[in-house]
Design a protein around this ligand. Structure first.
Ligand code: FAD
Ligand code: MLT
Ligand code: ZN
Length: 506
């Protein structure tokens, strides 16, 4: 097909839905309790008593202490409904002083705590395993300051990512991070998971863009590293301890973050590709042709796209192909950017790297294309019980695990699909099975982690370790590294009250 066809291709408008507003499947299908399902032994924390609840009510006010079972349910179950705890108390502090007082009290009374942001985490880290007290950052959602010249935003941990982005847009700035869960996830949760997302290839990860963090240690001590400087080499860079430590070393209460300027020219191309080799060739060509304006390079296989079309009733604007690539450019000069993109697309057509495609410049037409990609995690939940593998692999081996899994599982799987962030070497292998089955899981794990480790990949590229993966962390980290992690944990949380059963193997 000639380039002309790409340019004039009539895309049907797909209504954009904000998918990610908490659970989508009915709660009639309650998951089994994690403690039974994964056979976990409770650690010797104290049980919560009425006197503890009274302390919290006096501190926060009754309306910020939830104890009603029906209110607790959504805090006890994770987004993919793999994990379920049985917490009896959810606390909603309003400020750092509240968090500090809660943690000091819990530490003194040997009560375990599970920090929770938007509860969109995908590894079971955000929900309790037993009766840990849930400390939700929902009530801490103030923007503290925005320096429009430097682009530095300071805010509380409970701000929802999308709200921050909307606020910044009014000032010609944007968040350096974007993900499908933006409508629910909190910036504190993003930092605690070191979330990657859709534009990491352009804006880097949070270790770079987060300038400062305020966090509360297990004993209630406030660690103020909330600097707003872009350069500050005074001593150890403590903020990094809280980025990606999934609530096991402290609770993030405030953050300062470096925000890029909003791009005035955005284009999105959605392309159909014959095979994965061509996806890689396309990536190489995109890097050299688009250079600094490329802001996303995402891929999805046919099975991934089928889920959004089948379950979310979205429309595929270009017809059926084995692989799809979404390329976004963000720049400041419309004619320059579209000239570059057009030239790039011409090359892809003449070299037959692309079979068909469309590219869009209008926000109303770009959104439905992104929806096809961002909707995949939600859509696949309709297929049954979903097992998620979020791995980094060398690009030449990136997709290899998908056909292997299909071969291995045959009709045990309802669907196996692969999609992800090519620019980051991060593939999401999602396996939907009819219902939870240890026998089927044994065919996948630890095989998939061994496979990843043999290729020097990572068993968790961006979702973290949480509750579901501590037993597999050793596939990506040496004993010496794990030993140092345990020492840090002991130093910062000697009683182990913060997010127990998570991240480090017991
Ligand atoms: P939660 O789920 O509430 O918590 C996550 C972890 O952080 C838990 O261990 C919790 O204890 C801890 N935590 C939360 N808040 C704090 C705090 N203030 N202090 C200390 N610890 C805390 N992830 C990606 O990396 N990239 C993606 O592209 C991506 N896309 C997603 C798309 C969908 C549809 C969904 C459902 C999830 C996606 N995720 C993605 C996973 C998830 O959204 C991220 O991990 C996100 O950063 C979690 O934020 P949250 O506020 O929901 O945190
Ligand atoms: C994504 O890239 O869509 C997210 O990381 C969520 C997922 O893996 O399902
Ligand atoms: Zn992802």
């Amino acid at each position: 097909m000639a380039l002309q066809a790409i340019k004039t291709f009539e895309i049907r408008l797909i209504p954009f839905k904000n998918f990610i507003k908490h659970s989508i499947r009915p709660l009639s299908s309650l998951p089994e309790f994690s403690k039974n399902k994964y056979n976990v032994k409770r650690k010797s924390f104290n049980l919560i008593e009425d006197a503890h609840v009274s302390f919290f009510q006096n501190l926060l006010g009754k309306e910020r202490v939830l104890t009603d079972e029906s209110e607790l349910l959504s805090y006890n179950i994770d987004w993919i409904k793999n994990c379920r705890g049985e917490s009896r108390v959810v606390l909603k502090p309003k400020c750092t002083e509240h968090v500090s007082a809660i943690l000091k009290f819990c530490n003194d009374n040997n009560l375990a705590v599970c920090p929770q942001g938007g509860n969109t985490g995908l590894v079971g880290g955000s929900v309790p395993v037993f009766d840990e007290i849930v400390l939700s950052t929902e009530g801490m959602n103030n923007i503290i300051s925005l320096d429009e010249i430097s682009g530095v935003l300071v805010c509380e941990a409970g701000c929802i990512l999308e709200n921050l982005d909307n606020h910044l847009r009014e000032h010609n700035l944007m968040m350096p991070l974007d993900l499908g869960a933006k409508g629910s996830c909190h910036i504190g949760g993003n930092i605690s998971t070191n979330a990657g997302g859709l534009r990491l290839l352009r804006y880097g990860n949070l270790h770079g863009s987060v300038l400062g963090v305020e966090a509360v240690k297990a004993d209630g001590e406030v660690i103020d590293c909330l600097g707003t400087l872009k350069k500050d080499n005074t001593g150890y860079h403590l903020k990094h301890l809280f980025i990606g430590s999934e609530g096991t070393l402290g609770i993030v209460t405030k953050v300062s973050i470096n925000c890029p300027t909003l791009s005035s020219s955005i284009n999105v191309a959605f392309l159909g590709v014959e095979n994965f080799d061509n996806v890689l060739k396309l990536y190489q060509l995109a890097k050299s042709s688009l250079g600094e304006i490329m802001s996303a390079f995402e891929m999805a296989d046919a099975a991934s796209l089928e889920t959004t079309i089948e379950h979310l009733k979205l429309q595929n604007p270009i017809g059926d192909y084995p692989f799809y690539v979404l390329i976004e450019t963000s720049g400041s000069n419309e004619s320059h950017d579209s000239e570059k993109l057009t030239e790039f697309l011409e090359k892809t057509m003449s070299s037959n790297l692309v079979l068909n495609g469309t590219y869009q410049t209008e926000p109303s037409r770009i959104k439905p294309i992104w929806a096809l990609r961002e909707g995949i995690p939600q859509a696949i939940l309709y297929d049954g019980y979903v097992l998620k593998y979020d791995i980094s692999l060398p690009l030449k081996d990136y997709y290899s695990i998908v056909p292997i899994m299909r071969e291995k599982l045959g009709s045990d799987a309802v669907r196996i699909c692969g999609y992800g962030h090519i620019g980051d070497g991060n593939i999401h292998v999602n396996i939907a099975i009819k219902e939870f089955s240890q026998e089927i899981i044994k065919k996948i794990e630890p095989y998939i982690y061994e496979y990843t480790s043999n290729l020097k990949g990572s068993v968790s590229a961006e979702h973290g370790i949480g509750f579901r993966k501590p037993n597999y962390i050793h596939y990506s980290k040496s004993n010496a590294c794990l030993g140092l992690m345990k020492s840090l944990k002991n130093l910062m949380d000697p009683k182990g009250i913060l997010n127990p059963y998570k991240v480090l193997p017991s």
